[in-house]
Design a binder for this molecule. Structure first.
Ligand code: NAD
Ligand code: IPM
Ligand code: MN
Length: 350
């Protein structure tokens, strides 16, 4: 039997609540799928900090390295611990394991209402490819004269030609499996060094994909067009920070963050890849059992795709589709199901 080692990092807030349900769904597809997942749950996060003074153990990357994949819930408990402490291991995992391709589908399902009037499932179906290893998320900078009136903070983004080229090529390949349209989002009209290089790299590689129509938009215009004309997008490629901002927007136009899954992929498979919802730990609803588990469940389906268990990933997506089309809803979608009840409906539909 095919067997895979999965690290489960539920994290903080609603992270453990939604991951519990994603793990139930994974357990439910295993027998017919003909594979086994050997799961190791890692009790890291805010609680771990309270007990040990560290959010994750010092050797956390060594613990994760031998795994086939990582399933993460969400991290952050800002009322009790500054975000840069709880969140730093997450960004370190992405960068240390060169998970440069962050794939975030923006898809409105039947049965779900968009906040956009007059937009339906046929209008909202695209994918954002976020550069996930460098750009604006590099820990490069410092503070000078801290606390003094002339205190100075410097935070430098780093964009490499190699990093930009590989994410654009990843986007072009993805476009070939979809509607063959790529939109690169930058801000090259204002930040000419970094995004000027993005423009040049697009120009240099687009010739290798004559079958894909590629265009550019500035991030401000793209944000507007996510709302105005979501149907014009197929594959959107953006830098780390712009991809982050655009995917919360992508989440809300497709029914809310409770539905939006994400990968953090190392396409060369030199390191484990990580799968997690787009959303955070949602302290405003944590502990009440009302978080929508679908984003975590769809992330688990993307994890199975990545392992080569595509048929089981598809089964989960079909069950989710059926569940949403059947009008089953947690409170964020306007319903009254609990986190566990929503997952029950998905498991019944499997
Ligand atoms: P958030 O994504 O946690 O929540 C934003 C809003 O969406 C909230 O109103 C929340 O209730 C709602 N929401 C999110 N997920 C939901 C779900 N599954 N079901 C129903 N409603 C859902 O963003 P935030 O409030 O800005 O951040 C909270 C914490 O999470 C912060 O510490 C932040 O830094 C962290 N964060 C972590 C990640 C991650 O782990 N990948 C991502 C984003 C934010
Ligand atoms: C996300 C989150 C993270 C990010 C945070 C938690 C560092 O917002 O995965 O979208 O900004 O990448
Ligand atoms: Mn985000």
């Amino acid at each position: 039997m095919r067997s895979y080692k999965i690290a489960v990092y539920p994290g903080d807030g609603i992270g453990p609540e939604v991951i519990e349900q994603a793990v139930r769904v994974l357990a439910a597809v295993q027998p017919t799928g003909g594979f086994a997942l050997e799961m190791t749950t890692l009790p890291w996060g805010f609680r771990h900090f309270e007990q040990t003074g560290r959010v994750v153990p010092e050797d956390f990357l060594d613990v994760l390295r031998p795994m086939d994949a990582i399933l993460l819930g969400a991290v952050g408990w800002p009322a009790r611990l500054p975000d840069h402490l709880t969140l730093s291991p997450l960004v370190k995992i992405r960068q240390a394991f060169d998970q440069y391709a962050c794939v975030r589908p923006v898809k409105l399902y039947e049965g779900v209402r968009s906040v956009l009037a007059d937009k339906g499932p046929r209008d909202i179906d695209f994918v954002v490819i976020r550069e996930n290893s460098e750009g604006e998320y590099v820990d490069c900078g410092g503070r000078f004269k801290v606390g003094q009136p002339d205190e100075t903070a410097v935070q430098t983004a780093i964009h490499t030609r190699r990093g930009v080229e590989r994410i654009l090529r990843f986007g072009f390949e993805m476009a070939r499996s979809r509607r063959r349209k790529l939109m690169m989002v930058t801000k090259s009209n204002a930040q000419r060094f970094a995004y000027g290089m993005w423009d040049e790299v697009l120009q240099a590689v687009r010739g290798d994909y004559p079958d894909v129509a590629s265009e550019k938009q500035h991030a401000d215009a793209a944000a507007m067009n996510f709302v105005r004309r979501p149907e014009t997008f197929d594959v959107v490629v953006a830098s780390n920070l712009f991809g982050d901002l655009l995917t919360d927007l992508g989440g809300i136009i497709s029914g809310g963050l409770g539905l939006a899954p994400s990968t953090n992929t190392n396409p060369e498979r030199r390191f484990p890849s990580m799968f997690e919802p787009v959303h955070g730990s949602a302290p405003d609803i944590a502990g009440r059992g009302i978080a929508n588990p679908i984003a975590a469940i769809l992330s688990a389906a993307m994890l199975l795709d990545w392992l080569g268990e595509r048929a089981s990933g598809d089964r989960i997506r079909r069950a989710v589709e059926q569940t949403l089309a059947g009008g089953h809803k947690t409170p964020d979608l306007g319903g009254a199901l609990t986190t566990g009840e929503m997952a029950d409906r998905v498991i019944e539909n499997l």
